[in-house]
Design a protein around this ligand. Structure first.
Ligand code: GUN
Length: 290
């Protein structure tokens, strides 16, 4: 059984990005600059955004964190988005999700200029991805594609089952894995809360991508012997034995499932770091395309 070490792979890719930034600096070019908008105090979002900003600094990018209180109005948030759209120094930016309930995530997403949409969430980029055109690919699915490629995991002709149909992970994952590309060319099934016989679908999977947000939902009896397991879940589970009061758990019962499969991503240290490097790859691309 191989552990798909996203942390180590992300470190390798960060070294490559750093070399790219050094070359840009030597040539007197524009240093990539990412901005992240964080609204409110959601603990998980704070960690994710901090990691994104820190990773930018590690490779020599510039980064700007725009913090706003949870009480911000829709109009004020849209003004922040418009300012970032218009700021020539910012190559790309993200608005960390989820937003507090009174804010309209869809309207905020629609306000982001597609050229600066390094999350790949706007309709222009989603449409281009679907058509197989050059665009900013969403960070988590693309991070998984990079991981499959770098680990040499064959996807062509394989049965892939994706658990979860979110706009951020599940749906784009099915598009990328089924399209005519390498990695890609897989036969993809998407499962969600209304799927009947979910475990039967999972047992057919050569590659199972779990992005459903339910801690340790995928158990050993649900996976095929020798399958490849990609666990996107990062769930906080109460654990009084930990000083912080919780532990992180994936969507997959790692200990039991890892006994049965050929490869699996750990949580943390699997998909999460790949998401961040993928965002940085998009930011580098944004800084080069004007
Ligand atoms: N929340 C969870 N994942 C993501 C992501 O990839 N981008 C943003 N902006 N918010 C998220």
């Amino acid at each position: 059984m191989k552990v798909l070490d996203g942390k180590a792979l992300a470190a390798t890719i960060k070294d490559e990005l750093k070399a790219d930034v050094d070359a840009i600096r030597q040539a007197g070019g524009k240093i990539p600059h990412l901005a992240a908008v964080l609204v409110g105090e959601d603990p998980a979002s704070q960690v994710y955004v901090r990691n994104k900003v820190r990773s930018c600094e590690e490779v020599g990018f510039r980064s700007t964190l725009v913090r706003r209180p949870a009480t911000i109005t829709q109009e004020e948030l849209l003004k922040v988005v418009h300012e970032l759209n218009d700021d020539p120094d910012i190559d790309g930016f993200i608005v960390q999700l989820p937003l507090p309930g009174h804010l309209d995530e869809e309207a905020v997403n629609l306000a982001i200029h597609p050229h600066k949409d390094v999350d790949g969430f706007t309709p222009v980029n989603v449409g281009k991805m679907t058509l197989g055109l050059d665009c900013y690919l969403p960070a988590t699915p693309n991070g998984i594609m990079v991981m499959l490629e770098r680990y040499g995991i064959e996807t062509s002709g394989k049965e892939v089952v994706v658990l979860g149909r979110s706009n951020i992970v599940g749906t784009p994952m099915t598009i990328l894995l089924s399209r005519k590309s390498d990695p890609g060319n897989a036969t993809v099934t998407i499962c969600h809360s209304r799927t009947k016989n979910l475990a039967d679908h999972c047992r057919r999977a050569d590659i199972l991508v779990a992005a459903i947000g339910i801690p340790e939902m995928v158990t050993a009896d649900m996976v095929k012997e020798g399958a490849v397991i990609i666990d996107v879940g990062i769930n906080r589970v109460d654990d009084s034995s930990k000083s912080r009061g919780y532990r992180l758990a994936g969507d997959v019962d790692y200990d039991a499932v890892s006994e049965k499969v050929s490869a699996i991503t750990p949580v943390p240290g699997g998909v999460g770091p790949m998401t961040i490097v993928s965002l940085m790859m998009n930011t580098l691309k944004a800084s080069k395309t004007k």
